[in-house]
Design a protein around this ligand. Structure first.
Ligand code: NDP
Length: 385
């Protein structure tokens, strides 16, 4: 029986992964090794009981007793804390869904790759801050990394067997998020609640706010460079309010292959789960006649300065990705906590990039985890409001 683990099971992507496993037959179809979560202990325990997981892990040591109580009599082991997450990632598994939010997903993902597992990667932060480390870890153990971000899954599927040399460029679509049609002068006063709604996708709060600021798309552009080995000038962003086309691959011969589907993460997660085969998934069929039209517009970099920053980060190389991600995470924390306004996030990230670059330069691509974690800490300190 195939062994699976889900890191970040209690979140939006993780719960969609659990849903797919459950619909496939749960413990009758898959052996669940580890499920991990953060603060949502009741949900984690319920999932671990349902799937009869070997172990459930919360990232927070102070919640261990609560998790133990919630699992009592189930036969599921309980553990807590960062080291417990690493231990869980060391348990042999054939397929691991990396769906923790933020740079906290990096170490468990690297650990799973070292075991040779297939890593279904939703945690784009790992690729942005340490793409070369992930690639080296996969090469060393023979592990496979599959994209779960819908745009990258779409590129992966549209590429098929095609050689990268035949690719002219790729286009990643963006819905434009909550403030796509707001007058620019209103953005400074946008509230956390307003930024936490998405026109098309149901996602965790952080990525939803990152969609409104386009930091999410900026991260995805860097993710595409790291994942597919594309040049920065080969990656384009197109605003597509309906979120039906997820990405397009344009070839040197003038042909473009687009990937379409309803905005439902279970397609990309299920594609990675069943890969290289395809199997039916609980995703609404596409009804283009009912939709009537699909619309597109060029991204406006005054509204979304994060897109310009992504290009600067790719041009800088070295540790710029780790700094960008950490500064973005800190600025987002500060916005959510009410310490800075919505339009202050991008300038703070830009100031951190400039300050750290001026101090030490961004150096070469990361060769070890300690270097990445060092730059991550420095960037958070520099950005904090
Ligand atoms: P959520 O916020 O919904 O879930 C995050 C998960 O990570 C939860 O299980 C949470 O636990 C756990 N978690 C939070 N902090 C920590 C920590 N410090 N250590 C360990 N675990 C932690 O996020 P999403 O599901 O929206 O996103 C997850 C990842 O997938 C992100 O990288 C995001 O960019 C990416 N992604 C998400 C998409 C989506 O549709 N949501 C689409 C494409 C990519 P708990 O909730 O129990 O506290």
């Amino acid at each position: 029986m195939r062994r699976i683990s889900i890191f970040g099971a209690t979140g939006s992507v993780g719960a969609n992964g659990v849903d797919l496993i459950r619909r496939a037959g749960g413990p009758a179809a898959y052996h669940t090794v580890a499920l991990t979560g953060g603060r949502n202990i009741a949900r984690l325990a319920r999932m671990a009981r349902d799937l009869r997981a070997e172990i459930a892990v919360t990232a927070h040591p102070e919640l261990l007793d609560e998790l133990r109580d919630a699992l009592s009599g189930s036969g599921v082991e309980a553990a807590a804390g960062p080291q417990a997450l690493i231990d869980a990632a060391q348990r042999p598994a054939d397929w691991v869904l990396s769906a923790i939010v933020g740079a906290a997903g990096l170490v468990p993902g690297l650990t799973a790759l070292a075991q040779g597992s297939i890593l279904a990667l939703a945690n784009k932060e790992s690729l942005v801050c340490a793409g070369p480390l992930l690639r080296h870890a996969a090469q060393a153990s023979g592990a496979t990394i599959l994209p779960v971000d819908s745009e990258h899954s779409a590129i992966f599927q549209a590429l098929g067997q095609d050689n990268l040399e035949s690719v002219k460029d790729v286009t990643i679509t963006a819905s434009g998020g909550a403030f796509r049609d707001w007058p620019l002068e209103r953005l400074a006063a946008a509230t956390v609640a307003e930024a936490s709604t998405h026109p098309n996708w149901a996602m965790g709060q952080r990525i939803t706010i990152d969609s409104a600021s386009m930091f999410n798309k900026a991260m995805e552009v860097i993710e595409a460079k790291e994942f597919f080995g594309l040049r920065p000038d080969q990656i384009r962003v197109l605003v597509h309010p309906e979120s039906i086309i997820h990405a397009m691959v344009s070839h040197v011969d003038g042909g473009t292959i687009a990937h379409l589907g309803a905005p439902d993460m279970r397609h990309a997660i299920g594609y990675a789960l069943n890969w290289p085969a395809r199997a039916p998934l609980p995703v609404a069929p596409l009804d283009l006649a009912a939709l009537g039209s699909l619309t597109f517009r060029a991204p406006d970099e005054h509204r979304w300065p994060a897109l310009r920053l992504a290009r600067e980060v790719m041009a800088a190389g070295g540790m710029a990705g780790a700094v960008f991600n950490a500064a973005k995470e800190q600025a987002l924390d500060d916005f959510i906590a009410g310490r800075i306004g919505f339009t202050r996030m991008a300038p703070r990230v830009e100031m951190t990039l400039q300050a750290l670059s001026a101090r030490a330069g961004f150096g070469d691509d990361p060769v070890d985890l300690d270097t990445v974690l060092h730059w991550d800490r420095e960037a958070r300190k520099e950005t904090a409001a």
